[in-house]
Design a protein around this ligand. Structure first.
Ligand code: G3P
Ligand code: CA
Length: 267
């Protein structure tokens, strides 16, 4: 029998804490993720890269800037990466939310995030730059299995995997078709797919993650007719959040999960 992508039968709008509650705490740190969980976010969102010694880490950029040099994560070991202080950078850039306690925060290994939060949250994981990290899909699935995160039938699902790279998602689908997959797409103009593109997407994806300013009512209507969910990234302004809730998106990536939860529950 043909294996089909997972359906995401959720009624409420998912609140996806983009890099944690990253408006208020250094992105991708345990502090930012803890804040997001305490606020009641449905998911913590994390971007994945792999160090030179094969460790999966949650961080957005493929490079980190130290005082003396900028280094690619793919070229340095975890120990070298741990010299970077995301809290110091955050404190300088965000004096209104700065705190001494953030200075001990470090870039975190995926396995430590799983260990820390276990089943207490849901994980929305982005595979970044898969071409640079051969085997990243297998290692991600191995870690999800090791932490029993694929053993539940919870709704919303414990784990969603997202990527801009269709080939990486297709690989995950081949390896583990029970995980819902979100194809990320950044549109320059109004979001739309050709019939051929939609047919291809529906072979592996449960939905799409789209830059919010490209989303139109017609796009949402088409995607919903096709049984595909639409998640909007990345939305922090009250007016825009209200607009997207009215349009009927299925999920919102936000640096301010508290604000989206407030507006969602009001709506
Ligand atoms: O993953 C959705 C959104 O986060 C994509 O953009 O650059 O923030 O990872 P980026
Ligand atoms: Ca992301």
């Amino acid at each position: 029998p043909t294996v089909r992508p997972v359906d995401l039968p959720m009624e409420d709008v998912l609140v996806i804490a983009h890099r944690g509650a990253s408006a208020y705490a250094p992105a991708h740190t345990i502090a930012a993720y803890e804040m997001a969980v305490e606020m009641g976010a449905d998911y913590i969102e994390l971007d994945l890269h792999m160090t030179n010694d094969g460790k999966l880490v949650a961080v957005h950029d493929p490079v980190v800037s130290f005082q003396t040099a900028t280094r690619a994560i793919a070229d340095i070991t975890l120990d070298e990466l741990l010299l970077y202080s995301p809290g110091e950078v955050f404190n300088k850039e965000n004096p209104q939310y700065a705190s001494d306690k953030y200075e001990v925060e470090r870039i975190v290994e995926l396995k430590d995030i799983f260990q820390h939060f276990s089943m207490s949250t849901n994980y929305y994981i982005e595979i970044k730059s898969p071409d640079q990290y051969p085997g990243i899909e297998e290692e991600l699935i191995r870690q999800l299995q090791a932490h029993h995160l694929l053993d539940t039938n919870d709704q919303p699902p414990k784990v969603i995997i997202q990527s801009f790279h269709a080939d990486s998602l297709q690989k995950v689908f081949q390896l583990e078709p029970t995980i819902p997959l979100i194809q990320l797409v950044r549109f320059e103009k109004e979001a739309s797919f050709t019939k051929k593109e939609l047919k291809r997407l529906k072979n592996y994806a449960s939905g799409v993650g789209v830059n919010w300013d490209a989303i139109t009512p017609a796009f949402i209507e088409t995607m919903h007719k096709e049984g595909m969910d639409v998640h909007a990234f990345t939305v922090n302004e009250e007016e825009t959040i209200r607009l997207l809730l009215t349009l009927g998106v299925d999920g919102i990536f936000t640096d301010k999960p508290d604000l989206v939860i407030l507006l969602r529950d009001e709506a």
